[in-house]
Design a binder for this molecule. Structure first.
Ligand SMILES: NC(=O)c1ccc[n+]([C@@H]2O[C@H](COP(=O)([O-])OP(=O)(O)OC[C@H]3O[C@@H](n4cnc5c(N)ncnc54)[C@H](OP(=O)(O)O)[C@@H]3O)[C@@H](O)[C@H]2O)c1
Length: 278
């Protein structure tokens, strides 16, 4: 099957990392507050994917949403990124590990497909390796079998993406990266993404950029937009083409994060924030 054209992609992702026993309740709460896109991973060390499934089930039962209303994203994580709770047989071929991991994700999330399946991180910080090529091929096979609509890669450098392109690998629909203001908000990777029509998902927009959150520029923009500094950062992110993630555990922050979609910043403010930490 040829690559599927990108369908409408959500404008905010609710992230479920580090929530442990609170995962079901927080996932359900995020849906009740209005999030329609959920990010998780089959990596028990940092995520409780089965708990996400429990939260979805509770929201379905209560009539808050249906599966069709949602964008569900999960990830394949190599063994070094996992603890002992593996969703696959570590002695199996990588391609088999991918098949086992996604089958387990679909079970956790009680669905026959996810909307996006992401390689959590390449096997090397330096290069796009043969192992990555094998995993990517296996992920494409899952996409072709309709167990995911779209594919993504996470924690990648410009070099990884350039090597994928040089190897004539199919490029991802999504890149998901930690977004540091001091690196021009991941400017080089974002620019590659723009050029290749890849949607850039940014995480740790708040936690990785505390100095920006407390910067006088943000404070004054927040005051004039009648918004919070966090809302200014999310609004800015969207203005430069970043699809933001939030992992908030607080109902008020969930509402504020979604309301940041209505915070409009003037172009000169967007430009100033883009280079605030350069
Ligand atoms: N691919 C990867 O390797 C990777 C790595 C890390 C994260 N992620 C994904 O990205 C998601 C989000 O992670 P993250 O690092 O961006 O967020 P996060 O670590 O979950 O933290 C968000 C922080 O910002 C605060 N916050 C959120 N909204 C706020 C608001 N409106 N005002 C003030 N504070 C606010 C939260 O506090 P409160 O809880 O008090 O609101 C929390 O301390 C994760 O859950 C995961 O799904 C992926």
């Amino acid at each position: 099957m040829p690559p599927q054209p990108p369908r409408p992609v959500p404008d905010f992702l609710y992230g479920t990392a580090w929530k442990e026993d609170r995962t079901p309740a927080l996932t359900e709460l995020a849906l009740r507050v209005g999030f329609r896109a959920i990010d998780t991973a089959n990596q028990r060390r940092h995520y409780f994917e089965e708990g996400v499934g429990q939260g979805l089930a509770a929201a379905y039962r209560a009539g808050v949403v249906t599966r069709d209303d949602l964008f569900l994203q999960t990830k394949f994580t190599y063994q070094p990124g996992q603890d002992h709770r593996l969703p696959y047989d570590p002695t199996a071929l990588l391609s088999v590990q991918v098949a086992q991991s996604i089958a387990s994700s679909l079970e956790h999330l009680t669905t026959d497909h996810v909307d996006s399946y992401v390689l959590h991180g390449p096997s090397s910080n330096q290069d796009w390796t043969d192992a990555d090529a094998e995993v990517w091929q296996a992920m494409r096979k899952e996409r072709d079998a309709a167990r995911t609509r779209l594919l993504g890669v996470s924690n990648v450098s410009l070099r990884h993406l350039q090597q994928m392109a040089a190897a004539r690998a199919e490029l991802p629909a999504f890149v998901q990266n930690r977004c540091y203001a001091r690196l021009g908000w991941d400017r080089a990777v974002r620019s590659f993404c723009r050029e290749h029509k890849i949607v850039y998902q940014g995480f740790s927009l708040l936690t990785a950029n505390q100095e920006v959150l407390h910067h006088p520029l943000i404070a004054s923009l927040a005051a004039s937009a009648n918004a919070t500094p966090a809302q200014v950062v999310f609004s800015f992110a969207r203005s430069i083409g970043i699809l933001p993630l939030t992992g908030t555990t607080n109902a008020q922050h969930m509402k504020q994060d979604l309301a940041s979609r209505d915070v409009k910043l003037p172009p000169e403010a967007v430009q100033a924030i883009e280079s605030v930490a350069d």
